[in-house]
Design a protein around this ligand. Structure first.
Ligand SMILES: *Cc1c(COP(=O)(O)O)cnc(C)c1O
Length: 467
């Protein structure tokens, strides 16, 4: 108990030259607050653990904590995370990492002024949308394009523009909910459209749609059931069939493709799913998809389709509230340029990770293993480190049941639990997320960047040394 009196008063802490240095750099009140917190924390620890320390030791502990806290907070709460989960589009980890070029473009457009809404040729006001429209048109084959804040906003804009106060027909098999509470029925309600459900959960026929069409029908809507799969006795109305019905009754067809892809992923042995150009070619009037799922860019909602529908959405006042931000737009523009004139499978991390062969992944896992072996040879805290096979997933609501064979490294600890190890890795800098399987911790090679391999031994050492 006697050590409690050795905790220095706050005025004394504040007078210390090390704290004075911090006060010059940061807000004084903020430094006072963290100094009080550090002193309080030390008081609790002394009470709880009966620690015996003198005044100098107590002062040193408080100073170290204040410096640590100020340093940490100065770096922001958003942190880089090394993704060892093998989930390529991890919703909690910001979905798609950008390409190098896209990240550099964002930094430049953010750091300086830009021609966001200026036509440099004419010296007049321009439109922010024009920076990507031609690219999207040429990449998808659509007549026109528009981008908004995210795909949920794209769906809302489409429904509000054409179906407010009117009916929208959707198959019961597609009344989906996506993580983060995006539900088709709720978005319909928000837009003021009336949802007309047809068919059943597992089977819907064109005739179900046809029977429901009347003079109040404003749209036929189809959503990609991106995060689940109905198996077995299943019938859905294909996009081609909907387009035929739409033509026959003169009703627009909108498709929410979710994770829109511009490439044919079958080329890398991945499961074939309809890509954006195919949907556009089917004759859908409006197709919308995310910018940060399989496209591999920034958070955005992309709408492509027939010109008069896109033009009508450009005039909707709601667009102002849903508009894309300049940094997002800069990232999207460069991402699209990777498809247009670059090498998407090389330069876009998402496509790169999806297109690696098992042999390439095995080589990468071996390099990870080598570094860890070298760092922890003879360390009795680790029972075993070895190469292992894994199944990776695409994530981000794409290919729900699809698993990609890959490779990784599995680690068994001898003195700490797998939960503690995983938690300590999460608290590292950069943070690291891994998979847990039985009593082993697994790092999948697919989602670890090549230049992060050398960080792994340090991150593990940090995690094992943390109490
Ligand atoms: C992911 C997804 C959305 C939501 O897209 P955000 O870009 O996250 O707003 C909407 N519809 C489908 C089918 C999706 O897969």
């Amino acid at each position: 108990m006697s050590s409690l009196k050795n905790i220095p008063p706050i005025d004394e802490v504040i007078k210390q030259p090390r704290v004075q240095q911090l006060v010059e750099k940061y807000n004084r009140e903020y430094i006072l607050t963290i100094a009080r917190q550090a002193a309080g924390q030390l008081r609790d620890e002394i009470r709880k653990n009966q620690i015996d320390i003198d005044r100098d030791q107590a002062t040193e502990l408080i100073l170290a904590r204040v410096e640590d806290e100020a340093f940490k907070s100065n770096r922001g709460k958003m942190k880089r995370v090394v993704n060892g989960t093998g989930v390529v589009l991890h919703t909690n980890l910001g979905r798609a990492p950008l390409s190098e070029r896209a990240a550099v473009h964002v930094a430049e457009m953010g750091r300086y002024y830009s021609n966001l809404e200026l036509d440099l040729e004419k010296g007049e006001r321009g439109s922010r949308y024009q920076h990507v429209e031609d690219l999207l048109v040429s990449l998808t084959g659509a007549e026109a394009a528009l981008v908004v804040n995210n795909n949920a906003a794209a769906v809302l804009l489409g429904l509000t523009s054409f179906a407010q106060g009117k009916e929208v027909i959707v198959s019961r098999g597609q009344l989906i909910e996506i993580g983060g509470a995006f539900r088709i029925p709720e978005v319909m309600k928000q837009s003021g459209a009336y949802l007309v459900e047809v068919g059943t959960t597992n089977r819907t026929y064109p005739a179900d749609f046809e029977k429901a069409i009347n003079e109040n029908t404003a749209m036929l809507f189809t959503a990609h059931t991106s995060n689940y799969k109905v198996m077995g006795f299943v019938r859905e109305v294909g996009l081609n069939e909907l387009v035929q019905l739409g033509k026959k009754y003169n009703v627009p067809v909108m498709q929410d493709l979710g994770s829109g892809c511009l490439l044919n992923l079958g080329e890398w042995g991945l499961l074939e799913e309809p890509n954006v150009p195919e949907c556009v070619a089917s004759g859908a009037d409006i197709v919308c998809f995310s910018g940060d799922k399989l496209l591999g860019g920034s958070q955005a909602g992309i709408l492509v389709g027939k010109k008069h529908y896109i033009d009508a959405m450009k005039k909707n006042q709601l667009l102002r509230a849903l508009r894309i931000d300049k940094l997002t737009l800069a990232a999207l523009e460069m991402t699209l340029l990777e498809y247009h004139s670059g090498q998407p499978s090389q330069n876009l991390p998402v496509i790169n990770m999806l297109s690696r062969s098992p042999e390439e992944l095995q080589g990468k896992a071996r390099r990870m293993l080598r570094g860890l072996h070298r760092a922890f040879k003879g360390d009795d805290r680790i029972a075993e480190i070895e190469l292992c096979t894994v199944f990776d997933t695409i994530g981000g609501g794409a290919y729900p049941t699809y698993e990609m064979p890959g490779y990784g490294v599995q680690i068994e600890f001898s003195n700490i639990s797998i939960e503690t190890a995983a938690k300590n890795l999460r608290l590292g800098d950069p943070a690291m997320l891994v998979r847990k399987q039985d009593d082993r911790l697994i790092i999948s090679a697919r989602t670890v960047f090549e230049d992060e391999i050398k960080l792994l031994p340090g991150l593990f050492a940090q995690a094992m040394n943390r109490q």
